[in-house]
Design a binder for this molecule. Sequence first.
Ligand code: NAD
Length: 485
Amino acid sequence: MEGTPRTYGHFIHGREVPAATGETFPSVAPMTDAVLGWAARGAHDDVERAVASAHQGFASWSARPPYEREKILLKCADQIETQFDNLLNLLIDESGSTIVKARYEVNYAVSVLRAAAGEARRLYADTLPNEKPHRMSLVVREPIGVVLVISPFNAPLALLAKMIAFPLAAGNAVIAKPSEETPLIAIELARTMSAAGLPDGVFNVITGFGAECGEQLASHPLINGIALTGSTATGVKVGQLAAQSMKRMQLELGGKNPLLILNDVDVREAADIAAVGAFTHGGQICMASVRIVVEAPNGRSFAEALAGKAERLYLGDLRDERTAYGPLINQRAVAKVVRHVQAARSAGAEVLTGGDVHRGLVFQPTVIYNPPRSGPCWDEETFGPVAMVLEAAELEEMIAIANDSSYGLSAGVLTRDLVRGMTAARRIRCGAVHIGTHSFQSDPLAPVGGFGMSGLGRSGGKYSVEHFTELKWISLELGETPRPF
Ligand code: NAD
């Protein structure tokens, strides 16, 4: 970004407004440490203002016919395309994305808004057969009201667009609280959608910190639902707050995802696929393939092939198309990766390559062979470019290792044997299993979510629409029925 960093406001009721306290905080580029801009630091009064505005927005948005919501969301997608380069550059700078990942995110935001626009017309419900004579029963679907979207730093445009698009299509208003690491991209998205004709109050953004405005939003009695994408610790906390006022909850949390490599696949090709699964965005992907289980006798040769691939990755300028990935988001993230690698090493694992900082916040691609199946590197999200490789004797043992986790987000199975592939897919306890590729996959219409500590509910397509609508039974008496008294 060029020029003097500007001060951004919250986005409330169609315009940027400063925090009521006047406070701001910097958004810093992880690659260069430059201040990109100053974001409004949200607190109590800002939350109240956003909630009041969203209720106004909800009243008119939910009353619009579906084809109007569809039309406006399609215009939002078009408008994002006109802002492609601005959004791309801000993503690269603010989130440390490579140009390839940033391009994917902007394209995904366009695509998910178009997919959601179509869902506006499909709020189907039912008519029911009745036991009672002369009664007709209808089930109708209604938006729940104001949905709070809390989003993470790692895919700050794609995920935010996905999380708001489907609730909006269903007629809800949305307040977003983006990560404090990436506030500016959220404001730019809201400005872009407002310029496309999204009415005032339908999509507000409050920037700031979890403890200062996130918790207040999550416990606000006039917010009706929450879609949170973030860490499991945050999910547990926000879930507890939201339960106090019975909010509809969709929690998309952490993962420690398995990739199974059966012995009918070529080890080099498997290493190329696994590298994308493990190292995209430096492993800062909830669905990253980080626990790689290889069928005997290929464990060692696969691990060496992956280490060779890792050593050949290009880690250069973020705008260079060859760059595989960029920096971790902050120094805390780097310290966590270092701690996890050290713990695995101390427990006897072999670090085949990497294990240290490359430069700045960029961590070396790291391959660990034979990690212990306990300790931080196994039990917790590392959220860095660290792939662990283990060998297992046969499919049963591979599935058992895949399921040896409190998480259950996504899995990959590399094989050409569909019977064994499907056997694994049915037995692995994850929200998604992808045969023939790694675990990091997304599609606007697919149900994304996890088993166990990976979350609650599913987002995407009709699954989000179902989640953020209420069912109402309406009955109609069409004749005389006997009365008891
Ligand atoms: P995080 O949990 O630190 O923060 C996520 C969001 O929650 C941020 O906006 C943050 O400000 C907010 N927040 C934090 N504490 C809060 C509180 N007490 N009350 C209200 N809001 C609060 O996560 P992160 O570091 O930004 O993102 C990485 C995490 O997100 C990883 O765990 C990753 O696996 C997960 N993630 C999951 C998915 C998925 O689809 N399951 C997708 C992307 C990221």
